[in-house]
Design a protein around this ligand. Structure first.
Ligand code: OOG
Ligand code: NI
Length: 447
């Protein structure tokens, strides 16, 4: 049997199927995709240098594919099955995010590809949150939620069988891969029919809107998808013209010459009709669209500086003032590739130029790349940040939760508990970037 379909192919097929499904379910998301594609095209037309840089870094081909989606699950068992499902697509849990700090009763990871080739092919990732029932103070409500969750099965039987088959054989045939993508999609589909009566929905909703979203439906519906934009400020400004209401603030760092980490904004979640007991009409507000603009990944030192400046800047009431204020505070963050490298604030990937290749024998392990870059032997490309930012994620969550900010168990991070539910440790993002940088140095003979 030819188990010849790669994880990259399955992930690509899955992300395309998910995008098609979501555009059907949330038509405004299709409009957002058009807006982002228009803006990306205009940016490339006006900026031939950026166009060339992206082409050289193999970024053009993957520009218009979705970058991430997000889901929320209710139990450890659901989470560990998702880990197995995503492994089939070459997606592994990276980083632990504690959202309880921001008043959101979940903790999270992101399932994503980790090696260079897989990321270049299709970087699709899923931000996955696990509800923390233990943070519901009302005991009878907590028990009720647990009982409702215990009864549901968010996977089709065929989906479970295919996952087990893949684990057994280490691969899929083409028809198996097709079937798997169709079955996996069912887990993330929106269901208009709530699994509870309206009273239960309201009780859970009153505790926290997110709890109702996780507990009251038969699956873990995809709650947003996110394309990548080359100019987030422009898309944010144009959204109203396209009939889309953006959240107030763009999250993350300010606009810079060398973009760092991740900037994000979203449109407000829609009120969607739901049925309680198969007939009674209500609405549920959970699903939205988001855009992201990614920059270079930061070293632990760079990240510490980012966290410090972000805390110093605080939040604002309107985006324009906030962005100007952020730009002011972030003057303390060097804004050239050379300074970011010299001060070891960001990660870079090194490549030999043809001239460098010709002088390979003159390059020694441990050499400083900077003079070689100046001599034209080596080029350094920023390594794109592939992960998420907890403060930004909290901002995205909250803009869709009616901006409620009730703090819930400050600093109640429980990575160990999350990993126990997941069934394995999460990977460390800094180690992954460091390894990517070192691999590239080794290829150049610099290490
Ligand atoms: C996830 C919010 C976080 C991001 O891009 O930071 C997120 C959620 O609302 O479930 O997707
Ligand atoms: Ni997101």
């Amino acid at each position: 049997m030819g188990y010849n379909i790669t994880a990259d192919e399955i992930r690509e097929q899955f992300s395309q199927a998910m995008s098609a499904m979501y555009q059907q379910e949330v038509p405004q998301y299709g409009t957002l995709l058009e807006l982002v594609a228009d803006v990306n095209l205009a940016v490339l037309e006006h900026n031939p240098r950026l166009h060339e840089q992206l082409a050289n870094a193999d970024e053009l081909a993957r520009l218009n594919v979705e970058r991430h989606g997000a889901i929320r699950v209710g139990t450890a068992e659901e989470l560990s099955w998702l880990r197995r499902m995503f492994a089939v697509m070459g997606m592994y849990p990276v980083s632990y995010y504690d959202l309880s700090q921001a008043g959101v009763p979940v903790h999270s990871t992101a399932f994503r590809p980790v090696d260079d080739a897989a990321l270049a092919r299709n970087p699709f990732r899923i931000f996955t949150s696990l509800l923390r029932l233990e943070l519901i103070e009302n005991e009878s409500l907590r028990n009720k939620a647990a009982a409702i969750l215990a009864k549901r099965d968010i996977f089709t039987p065929a989906c479970r069988q295919l996952i087990e088959l893949h684990e057994l054989n280490g691969g899929f045939t083409a028809p198996q891969a097709d079937a798997f993508v169709q079955e996996a999609l069912e887990t993330f589909r929106w269901h208009r029919h709530a699994t509870v009566d309206e009273q239960t929905y309201q009780a859970l909703h009153n505790e926290h809107r997110l709890i109702a979203d996780v507990v009251c439906f038969p699956g873990c519906h995809i709650n947003h998808l996110t394309p990548r934009t080359l100019d987030i400020d422009r898309v944010q400004a144009l959204m109203p013209k396209y009939g889309i209401e953006p959240k107030i603030l763009i999250e993350g760092p300010p606009r810079r010459d060398v973009p760092i980490l991740l900037r994000q904004t979203s449109f407000k979640a829609l009120d969607e009709p739901v049925l309680f007991n198969g007939e009674h009409q209500g609405t549920h507000t959970a699903r939205f669209g988001e855009i992201e603009q990614r920059g270079v990944a930061l070293t632990p030192k760079g990240r510490a500086l980012y966290d410090q400046l972000l805390a110093e800047a605080g939040t604002g009431k309107d985006n324009l003032t906030h962005q100007l204020h952020l730009q002011d505070v972030f003057k303390a963050f060097p804004d050239s590739e050379m300074l970011l490298r010299k001060q070891e604030l960001a990660w870079f990937r090194y490549r030999l130029t043809p001239t460098g290749e010709a002088h390979r024998q003159a390059i020694c392990p441990g050499d400083d790349p900077q003079p070689l870059i100046e001599r034209g032997w080596v080029v350094a490309q920023p390594i794109t940040y592939e992960d998420f930012l907890p403060v930004s994620a909290a901002g995205i969550f909250q803009s869709n939760l009616g901006n409620e900010t009730q703090a819930r168990s400050h600093g109640n991070a429980s990575k160990a508990q999350f990993e126990a539910a997941l069934g394995c440790p999460v990977l460390d993002e800094f180690t992954l970037y460091q390894e990517a940088s070192e691999r590239s140095k080794r290829r150049c003979g610099l290490l």
